[in-house]
Design a protein around this ligand. Sequence first.
Ligand SMILES: *Cc1c(COP(=O)(O)O)cnc(C)c1O
Length: 376
Amino acid sequence: MIADLPNFLDLAQPGVRSLSPYEPGKPLEELEREYGISGAVKLASNENPLGISPLALKAAVSALEGVARYPDGNGFALKRALAEKHGIGSEHITLGNGSNDVLELVARTFLGPGTNAVFSEHAFAIYPIATQAVGAEARVASASPADRAIPYGHDLEAIAARMDEGTGVVFIANPNNPTGTWLARAELEGFLHELPGSVIAVVDEAYFEYVEEPDYPDASRWLERYPNLLVTRTFSKIYGLAGLRVGYGLSHPRIADLLNRVRQPFNVGGVAQAAALGALTDRDHVRRSISLNRKGLRQLGEAFERMGLGVIPSAANFLAVDVGRPAGGVYEALLRRGVIVRPVASYGLPTFLRITVGAAKENMAVIEALREVLDV
Ligand SMILES: *Cc1c(COP(=O)(O)O)cnc(C)c1O
């Protein structure tokens, strides 16, 4: 009865009709299955090459015994540990099923038809998805021009210029994915200072722990000064728990209270909560991850420079590299050589690949494969 199928597209909310699904990095198993190869390298999703911390793993394994019960819906122990880490009270914290969940909670709480959210060109793909899914307008501000010291980054003046009375939320990724670009302390604070208190400023700090730039701000320190500020962090990146889905928001307690009204009661599983708690105790794993990343960024950056490829300055655990031609074909050719990276045409960067910093051997594999494919 196909002829009777309703036109579901017409039934969908207008904002949903124009969305494209989020494109995740290709899973290793999928590549190995499709190409009949083994030992492939995945540098496509900004995951930690050191993997999960042994302390987090131990905590997760022992928490498995308790999975017949619902998790603690209030995340008491994890929130207490995070509160201590950030020197604030637990009432400032909202736990999420990954920080994406927190971004969605913000949209569902503060956006809807007739409102808009403003964010930058080349910004993280979840911002338009979360915005349009609730019927709000996604407004894109031009990125900083290619001839700037930090090209393709957020242009806060352009973002401010796109705002109006309907603006409910501004999303700022610092550093941004997929560009790796970051905003300096004075710049970001100046922006927050000028922002009307009625606009929720989301500062997405998914890569916070990796950043070593001296002028990079910790926006969580500004919560008291800016009650409309919400900072998001995640356990998916440096903490190596991407597969468990834990992130959190830091905000004024009144904002956290609202987000928690919308939140699904058991959005973070018990194993994930336990693993996150374990990960917080392993400072050494974080230190080793930072150090490995620093070396890998240099290794990849220097190799790409020798190959004559343009690279966007990055403060995170990945590099966006300009391959000087439509990157889709290069991506496919790398797949055939057992290397998964991320094409970012859907982010408005059609000649770029985003390459996650891996362990030295993985970085070498991507460098060699890219050299072969580009013949440089
Ligand atoms: C990876 C990433 C996130 C975090 O996603 P999770 O849901 O926590 O896994 C958030 N923001 C940006 C910019 C990211 O790149």
